[in-house]
Design a protein around this ligand. Structure first.
Ligand code: MOS
Length: 734
């Protein structure tokens, strides 16, 4: 019998290339006469360029050109339509004019024969400014700079709150966080007459393609975006940033390939970040814990250039059952770069506030925090009034509680000990929406007995190459090592962004259909070609199993390898091509993943040291397609959440808007020593509203809820409620 590889812990098919250095990342491509562009960042956050003096830099060895707003091509500002896959990270084209909106904004680009020459000359470009005082902190925003982003309401939350016997009114803040993937952004632009190829680190080559066409004014057919391997992105590489345009224009102007890399320091300014957010939570409840009013009043920052909304209202409106619910979100326009989605955008900061507030309410009610969640369990999506497509959150809570030993928790603060260490236990809910979009895939069954699947979508390190191979294997019976997957090139059939935890659910149906069509094409040839063992058979009675064409009612051994059918006609191969889109039927449901975190921290009161000592996550995320990469995603999400809870914050100097901790010494991310024993359980209920396999996508949900599980555990150990992330040692000294 055919053993399916779906759901198995399959090792990444591109893993060997990566660990042996064979995988080429954007900055790795070698070119004859490659020139290097080094950008000059502004040293003010608000004002205008008064003068750029590049005379000295231009005379330095190896320098080819110095570009700035005075001599650069005028570029188009794109529409920013996400749905149409034409959104730029920062919609203002680089070097558009003399205005400065944020610290680190590119003001010039030096292009030279070597990287060192360009770097040296960039340091010798003299820029003088007319500087104005910048506003970079949320609480500095003037009313005129605050605009409404979005608002949700049902019932009358205000009066229900006033009348509620138990009230909680608290404000939480989450700081600016910066994406720090291992691989930094980089672009190499190569022109060949009027055609340009951009080697990119992109989470969406199709989007990048569309945006570059619009902004550069070059027809789509004359642009190709290549992104074969990506050292992750976390959302920061979803949309093109200014350096990509700088490389493209500079290469066009000097007539040589140009590489522009974004060094780690500039990863903190010109390529997006998670904005600082403040959330005022007001919860009203009955004495038995039933929620009567649920309100979230949200303020986030964005730039002066773009209205980036990190929507915290959605999850606020649907996580718990409550008749009176309001969520309102405003934008504060500040002198910062344009923010961008960062893993779990909206829900990650929102769940920090919501789940912290639920923990605080449980304390007020003298109720177990898990019991409070169960009491307010949402049996339907009360925001959309739709049934859930598949929700097993109650089972996730119960499985987690049993496995963790939650019933042994003594709720009294500081009561649980391990020797001299105080233990704190916390839990929180996870949530992330599931969606599916348009995708096209081509699958070719080749004369040499192998298969090749291709799609423009890219693998950002999550395992997309492997998922493609698993599905082709599932539908043909070919072993994984006979399946080649080609991704990350805008010249291939268009595929989705690697974002929103939706790439897998989006591509699965297209791979299935394209594979099936390729198999059908072989079967048609088998049934029609003279000399074929199935010459007189009805095509409908044939199938392909274990790579062999055979009669449906007989075993594969009675058939022949598919390549022998292809050989009958001297073909190179036979293709299947499919385009699939969201199933309109899915609109009748609210499609979400859920889950629960349970954690333990230890606290050493002598030195105020908090360590995370145990972590358990239970996920109701649909069916897992690859148990190994799924587990990677979940544990990675929790590690990132530990970073959010304990370490990460981009700090702007209010005097000049400089993100002062723009390096790995000062912007602290978790290391192995910070990470405890971790476990993750998948409930694995297929959600077939989205696709035949029932996969929902799992890239982001693991991060949601983590930070509030941590602050709740810290409260349980110390009695200190940290409402402003990250938890700092000094917060815990009492
Ligand atoms: Mo994700 S923030 O959609 O890469």
């Amino acid at each position: 019998m055919n053993t399916s590889v779906i759901g198995e812990p399959i090792t990444r098919i591109d893993g060997k290339l990566k660990v042996t250095g064979g995988a080429k990342y954007a900055a790795d491509y070698p070119f004859e006469k490659l020139a290097y562009g080094v950008a000059v960042p502004s040293t003010i956050a608000n004002g205008k360029i008064a003068r750029i003096d590049s005379a000295k830099a231009e005379r330095m060895p190896g320098v080819i050109a110095v570009f700035h707003h005075g001599n650069f091509d005028k570029l188009y500002r794109p529409s920013g339509a996400f749905e149409e896959q034409s959104r730029a990270g920062e919609s203002r084209p680089p070097f558009e004019d003399e205005n400065i909106y944020y610290y680190g904004q590119f003001v010039a680009l030096v292009v030279a024969d070597t990287f060192q020459q360009a770097q040296d000359a960039a340091a010798n470009v003299r820029v003088t400014y007319d500087e104005k005082t910048p506003l970079v902190l949320l609480n500095q925003a003037a009313p005129a700079n605050i605009t409404l982003a979005t608002k949700y309401s049902r019932g009358d939350a205000d009066s229900a709150f006033q009348n509620a016997p138990v009230q909680l009114d608290v404000t939480y803040t989450t700081p600016t966080e910066t994406h720090n993937p291992m691989e930094m952004h980089a672009t190499i632009a190569v022109w060949n007459k009027d055609k340009v190829t951009l080697y990119e680190s992109s989470q969406g080559v199709v989007n990048h393609h569309n945006v570059m066409s619009e902004m550069l004014g070059v027809p789509l057919e004359n642009i190709e975006i290549i992104s074969k391997f990506i050292g992750s992105g976390f959302g920061g590489k979803l949309f093109p940033w200014p350096h990509s345009l700088l490389a493209a224009v500079a290469a066009r102007k000097i007539g040589r390939p140009v590489k522009v890399s974004v060094p780690r320091t500039l990863m903190f300014t010109t390529v997006g970040h998670r904005p600082a957010i403040q959330q005022r939570m007001r919860l009203g409840a009955a004495q038995d814990g039933r929620l009567e009013s649920f309100q979230n009043d949200i303020l986030q920052h964005t730039s002066l250039v773009d209205d980036y909304v990190e929507d915290c209202t959605q999850v606020s409106s649907l996580l718990y059952s409550c008749p009176n619910n309001t969520a309102i979100q405003h934008l504060a326009h500040l002198n910062v770069g344009t923010p961008t989605p960062m893993r779990g955008p909206g829900r990650t900061p929102a769940l920090f506030a919501i789940e912290s507030a639920m923990d605080e309410l449980a304390v007020k009610l003298n109720m177990d925090p898990l019991e409070l969640r169960l009491k307010n369990y949402a049996e339907t999506d009360e925001a959309s009034n739709l049934p859930w497509s598949s929700k097993h959150l109650r089972e996730a809570y119960q499985t987690g509680a049993e496995r963790f030993g939650w019933s042994k928790r003594n709720p009294k603060v500081g009561s649980m000990r391990n020797g001299d260490l105080i233990l704190g236990w916390g839990m929180a809910t996870c949530n992330w929406p599931a969606s599916r979009h348009a995708a096209e895939v081509r699958v070719r069954l080749l004369a040499d007995g192998t298969a090749r699947a291709s799609c423009a979508t890219q693998d950002i390190g999550t395992g997309t190459y492997t998922i493609f191979a698993q599905v082709v294997s599932d539908k043909t019976g070919l072993p994984l090592d006979k399946i080649q997957v080609v991704l990350g090139d805008s010249a291939l059939p268009p595929g989705p962004i690697s974002g929103g935890s939706s790439a897998t659910s989006t591509v699965l149906p297209a791979i299935v259909e394209a594979t099936q069509k390729a198999v059908d094409a072989v079967i048609q040839v088998a049934a029609r070609t003279p000399g074929s063992p199935f010459q007189n058979a009805d095509a409908k009675t044939l199938k392909m199993t274990q790579g062999r064409i055979h009669a449906q009612d007989k075993s594969p051994d009675t058939g022949v390898p598919f390549e022998s059918i292809i050989a009958l006609r001297n073909l190179v191969g036979l293709d299947g091509h499919a385009r699939t889109d969201a199933d309109p039927n899915a609109k009748k449901f609210s499609t979400h993943s859920f889950g629960a975190h349970f954690c333990e921290i230890s606290f050493d009161p002598g030195i105020a040291r908090l360590r995370v000592t145990r972590w358990l996550t239970v996920i109701d995320g649909g069916r897992m397609i690859n148990a190994k990469t799924a587990r990677n995603q979940m544990l990675g999400g929790v590690v990132m959440g530990i970073g959010m809870g304990l370490f990460e914050a981009t700090v702007y100097d209010p005097r000049n808007g400089h993100p002062i901790n723009n390096n790995f010494a000062d912007y602290v991310v978790p290391v192995n020593a910070d990470i405890p024993e971790m476990d993750c359980i998948f409930l694995d209920y297929p959600d077939t509203v989205l696709n035949e396999y029932g996969a929902r996508g799992i890239g982001e949900i693991g991060l949601t809820g983590v930070a509030s599980a941590l602050t709740s555990a810290a409260y349980h150990a110390t009695g200190v409620r940290v409402r402003n992330l990250p938890i700092r040692m000094e917060d815990l000294i009492v």
